[in-house]
Design a protein around this ligand. Structure first.
Ligand code: NDP
Ligand code: 2IT
Length: 451
């Protein structure tokens, strides 16, 4: 039995239905770090894995709120405070009907290693609710956020735990959450990041994750001696915060992003997607992508159900670089095969764990440059930490300053991941490089802090 198999066996009982995404995230890390565990037995002696896979605490609470008909609605809220070896718990809040403890444990676990890779003093956490923001009025969103914060405020603080956005939570929701925190505590402090600029948000936080994933990809392609993205066809999934800003940065650098998706379907616009229209549809009007073809009848709209089960239309489009930016497990082995057959050169994860384990193995075995989420999408949380710095020192940084620091951070992460992979005998494998570098940093801090 290999060291990885032995370690995985210890956690098999946690592989229950709700926990399957958490188990998926954990299993990948355990396989990756096997060479590190073999090279130094201190990680086993200090039971780092056993300690790392159990959150410090999971807070679960009831959220009761009044909808616009004055009917009482009940949702469940969570905050998973996973690990604070490197700094206060830090990570987003997700509002989506699929949210449960297992999903938030997977996201929180990934966040620990992602935050470590940034080199910034932040630990890992995640939270959210099964509340569905879709179709809710602005007042309902406000009332839900206030009710959610009525409980959450007890557990967070600028030196304790600093939530931010994720799926279903953007500047509007963070604004309402911040307002309620302030009303309850009378304290004006950097307890949330991703705030609107007018009350302490950092410039470029909305753009950070999408821009960061493109900066990471440019550096990875340079290290791997591939052509740059200039003039290349790129496919992007998602049509939210991450996807739209990845598309924006791709245009800045001369690439041609030809797709985006939402939960209902895919837009394929061979001339390059119309970004101002997408922003209007998705960030302002919050409507389906189907509306896009009203303005662009020459583009294609492929509803989810029109594509054979097991795959997704967006990954069947020929491209040089692919950017999955919607949600977990949205890129399957069927999709990976289609991308590989169509000659994809790089795949960069803007979403958290969008590729299934089989898809990742296919990319790696076909020498596709593969940028894993915990490294490639760390730009969002990095600029969140810049926001914490600005709030703590009562200053504001310019857009240019944040952009320079974001780019430097993404390039540093990329180089560190590539070098770690090389040092551990898996050159070009950014999955193992990211997992080993992130794990080692957290583990060494945990050992130094005692039990
Ligand atoms: P948004 O809520 O802004 O957008 C999410 C997008 O993904 C929407 O287009 C949505 O479609 C689509 N989507 C969500 N769930 C599903 C699903 N089950 N099936 C298909 N499509 C789906 O979220 P973000 O852009 O902020 O987040 C996207 C991903 O990036 C997530 O994995 C998140 O964890 C990750 N991430 C986000 C960061 C951030 O700073 N915001 C930082 C790092 C990672 P629809 O409009 O139909 O709902
Ligand atoms: O997954 C992520 O890194 C985020 N949703 C952003 C977290 C943050 O604290 O900015």
């Amino acid at each position: 039995m290999t060291i990885a198999e032995r370690e995985i066996k210890k956690f098999e009982q946690s592989n229950c239905a709700e926990n399957h995404v958490f188990y998926q995230a954990m299993e990948e890390v355990i396989y990756s770090i096997a060479p590190l565990l073999e090279s130094d037995d201190k990680y086993t002696r200090y039971a780092i894995l056993e300690r790392l896979v159990v959150p410090d605490r999971i807070i679960k609470f009831k959220v009761t709120w009044l909808d616009d008909t004055n009917a009482i609605q009940v949702n469940t809220g969570f905050r998973v405070q996973f690990n604070n070896a490197l700094g206060p718990y830090k990570g987003g809040l997700r509002f989506h009907p699929s949210v449960n403890e297992g999903i938030l444990k997977f996201l929180g676990f990934e966040q620990i290693l992602k935050n470590a890779l940034t080199g910034l003093p932040i630990g890992g956490g995640k939270g959210g609710s099964d509340f569905d923001p879709k179709g809710k009025s602005d007042f309902e969103i406000m009332k839900f956020c206030a009710a959610f914060m009525k409980e959450l405020h007890k557990y967070i603080g600028p030196r304790i735990d600093i939530p931010a956005g994720d799926i279903g939570v953007g500047g509007r929701e963070i604004g309402y959450l911040f307002g309620e925190y302030k009303r309850i505590t009378s304290s004006y402090e950097g307890v949330l990041t991703g705030k609107p600029f007018m009350f302490g948000g950092s410039l470029m936080r909305p753009e950070a994750t999408g821009y960061g994933v493109v900066y990471f990809t440019e550096k990875m392609l340079e290290i791997e001696e591939k052509d740059s993205l200039d003039g290349k066809i790129c496919t992007v999934s998602g049509a939210g915060n991450v996807a739209l800003h990845a598309i924006e940065k791709l245009y800045h650098i001369g690439a041609i992003p030809v797709s985006c998706t939402d939960s209902k379907g895919t837009i394929y616009d061979a001339r390059g997607v119309d970004l101002p229209l997408l922003k209007e549809l998705k960030l302002e009007k919050r409507v389906s992508l189907q509306e896009y073809i009203k303005a662009h009848p020459e583009a294609e709209y492929i509803p989810v159900e029109a594509y054979p089960e097991g795959g997704h239309a967006v990954w069947d489009i020929q491209c040089y670089a692919a950017f999955p930016c919607a949600t977990q497990n949205e890129l399957t082995d069927v999709d990976a095969q289609n991308l590989i057959v169509n000659g994809v050169v790089s795949v960069s994860e803007g979403a958290n764990m969008p590729s299934t384990p089989k898809a990742i193995n296919d990319f790696l075995s076909h020498k596709v440059c593969f940028a894993p989420a915990k490294a490639a999408n760390a730009g969002g949380v990095a600029v969140s930490e810049f926001e914490m710095s600005q709030n703590a020192s009562m200053t504001r940084w310019s857009f240019e300053k944040v952009d320079i620091k974001l780019k430097e951070t993404m390039q540093q992460i990329c180089k560190r991941v590539a070098l770690t992979a090389q040092d551990y005998g898996v050159k070009g494998n950014y999955v193992d490089g990211a997992n080993i570098a992130g794990f080692k940093q957290v583990a060494d801090a945990m050992i130094a802090e005692g039990i």
